[in-house]
Design a protein around this ligand. Structure first.
Ligand SMILES: C[S@@+](CC[C@H](N)C(=O)[O-])C[C@H]1O[C@@H](n2cnc3c(N)ncnc32)[C@H](O)[C@@H]1O
Length: 247
């Protein structure tokens, strides 16, 4: 059985923020579209205040944690990769984010500690997302929100998210993603329901290929012009928000 490669995150260092010949450049480009959607959801649910406590699980080098800290909320970022956490702290311009090493299966926080829990490009990196979502719900306050991003599981996702990236981006490590860990939106909704949460909205997110000059497609480099946009289709990559039941 193919295992997903989670060791690679310890090796990036500043490449998290600088490399353009590696799939981390795709994560950076995608986060420019994910973050405004997440901020708009926080605003809608009344969680864009200085009292709001956010836990960003599998925060990596802090693309989302650091962006949310700039919005004035209180952010804790956790990850298994201590090397990534060092990078996250270095790039935190606010120096307010609390970065801490932790395993998502057993979060070192009391029940009902957070208003918001985010997990970007994370659930497809673990073997048991259902167990982890139960743990997420435990640390969320009643009425708190869980915001996720992950990949749908189907043949097109295999070709676009796994194979295109392997073919077109130079330093793609082996088993960066494995298809069997991708999650169908219905499965994710079911896991949320089993954990006492209800999905309120989902949106697809897709790359805009027309912004990429053809000569750049086969250069192994992720062009600076690459951008992502929201789409109704959840066929490939999708985000969503679920709310924990109040009783
Ligand atoms: C694809 S990266 C996403 C990073 C970040 N959320 C982003 O969107 O830029 C997946 C992250 O999950 C972390 N991770 C994997 N398994 C984990 C676990 N059980 N507990 C905490 N973090 C984990 C990895 O170390 C890695 O930093």
């Amino acid at each position: 059985m193919q295992k997903v490669n989670n060791d690679v995150y310890d090796t990036y260092g500043d490449r998290w923020y600088e490399a353009d010949d590696d799939p981390v450049a795709l994560l950076r480009a995608e986060s420019k579209t994910k973050t405004p959607w997440i901020v708009s959801q926080l605003k809608q649910y009344g969680y864009l205040t200085k009292e709001t406590k956010v836990l960003d699980v599998g925060c990596g080098a802090g693309f989302l944690s650091n962006a949310l800290a700039k919005q004035g909320v209180q952010v804790t970022g956790v990850d298994l990769s201590e090397e990534s956490l060092k990078v996250a702290h270095k790039y935190d311009e606010t120096k307010t984010v609390h970065y801490q090493s932790a395993d998502a299966y057993k979060l070192p926080f009391e029940d009902s500690s957070f208003d918001v829990l985010t997990a970007m490009d994370f659930l497809e990196h673990v073997e048991h997302p259902d167990q982890i979502i139960i743990e997420f719900s435990r640390v969320l306050k009643p009425g708190g929100v869980f915001i996720f991003h992950t990949f749908n599981r189907n043949f097109l996702a295999y070709i676009v998210i796994i194979k295109f990236v392997e073919w077109l981006v130079k330093n793609t490590p082996k088993h960066l993603h494995v298809l069997r860990l991708f999650i169908k939106p219905k499965e994710l909704s079911h896991y949320c329901e089993l954990s006492g949460m209800k999905v309120k909205a989902m949106t697809g997110i897709k790359p805009v290929f027309s912004t990429i000059p053809i000569r750049h497609l086969f250069s192994g480099i992720v062009p600076k012009s690459l951008r992502f946009e929201l789409t109704k289709s959840l066929l490939l990559s999708y985000m969503g928000i679920a709310q924990k039941n109040r009783s």
